[in-house]
Design a protein around this ligand. Sequence first.
Ligand code: HEC
Ligand code: HEC
Length: 269
Amino acid sequence: MLTNSFIDRPRLLISAACLLLIQSLPVFAEDAGNLYNTAFDIGVGERYFERQCSRCHGFDATGNDETGAPDLTGRLSRASSNVGIYNILKQGIPGTAMLPVAADLPDSQVWQLVAFIDSLSTDPTNVNLTGTAEAGSGLFSGKGECDSCHMVSGRGGRLGPDLSRVGERRNPDELVSDIIDPHQDVAPRWWTIKVTGADGVAREGLRMNEDSFSLRIMDDDSNLWSYPKSQIESYERLQESTMPSYAQTLTDSEVDDLVAYLFSLRKEI
Ligand code: HEC
Ligand code: HEC
C-alpha cells in the first residue's frame, strides 16, 4: 500500500504535466507519435497525395510557382511537427487555396498523409556525410568559385539561386547531381534568353523582367540589358543551366566536401 501511493503520486503528476504540455504546446506532442507511419502507411499517403494534392504541389511535392503551392520536401514554413501538419490538413490555411481535406476522411488516412509528407524531408541528424563542411566552405569561395554566381548569407553573386538555406530543400544525393549534372531539370527562372536587338548584336543572359513592351536580361558579367520588344530581331530560350558541370574539374572528395557544406546551410534555430 505504502509503496504504491509513493509511486503513483509522481506518476500522476507527470501525466498531468504532459497533458498540459500537449494542450498548450502542440509542437511537443509530436512524440506522442503518428501511429500510421510504417512504409505501408507512407505508400497509402503517397497515393492519396498524387490524387488530391499533386495538381497544386506537383507530383514530386516540390511545389509549383503558378499555383503558389509551396515545396513540401524541405522545412515547412507553417508547421514544425507532425501535429502541425495534421492541423493544416484538417483546417486548411484560411484565405489561401489550401483547403482542408474532406471532413469525412478518416483520421487514420489523414495521419498516413502526414507520414508521407514527413517522409519527404531529410532529418539532418540521420545523415552520414563523408566530406567536411569546413573544407567545402573553402572550395565554395576558392577553387570552385561558386560564390561568383551564388549568394550565401548575403555574400556572393546573383547569377544563380541563393544557397543560404539550400540544405533544407536539397538532400545530399540531389546536391551531388546539382554539382556534376546541372543541366538536369533547370527551372524556367534559370533558362537563358538569347536576344538580338536592333543593333544586330546577340546577347545571352537570364531573363530578369518582362512585360508587354520590354524585356530585360542579365549577362554573365551581371550587366543588365533592356530591349523594347518592338526592336527585338530574334529571341531564343535555352533550357540549359548556365552553371558548368564540375564532374571533370573537382575530385570526388572535393564534391563530397561541397555537399557537406551545402547540406549544412539551413536556417539557424
Ligand atoms: C488548390 C491548390 C492546392 C491543393 C489541391 C493542395 N494545396 Fe496544400 N497548399 C496550397 C497553397 C497555395 C499553400 C500555401 C498557402 C500559404 O501558406 O499561403 C499550401 C500549403 C500547404 C502546406 C503548408 C506548407 C508549409 O510550408 O507550411 C501543406 C503541409 C500542404 N499544403 C499540404 C497539402 C496536402 C497534403 C494536400 C492534399 C490533401 C494539399 N496541400 C492540397 C495549395 C494547395
Ligand atoms: C556561372 C554561374 C554558376 C556557377 C559558377 C555555379 N553555379 Fe550553381 N547554379 C547556377 C544556376 C544558374 C543554377 C540554377 C539552374 C540549375 O539548376 O542548374 C545553379 C544551381 C545550383 C544548385 C541547386 C540549387 C537549388 O536550389 O536547387 C546548387 C546546389 C549549386 N548550383 C551549387 C553550386 C556549387 C557548389 C558551385 C561551385 C562548385 C556552383 N554551383 C557554381 C549557376 C552557377
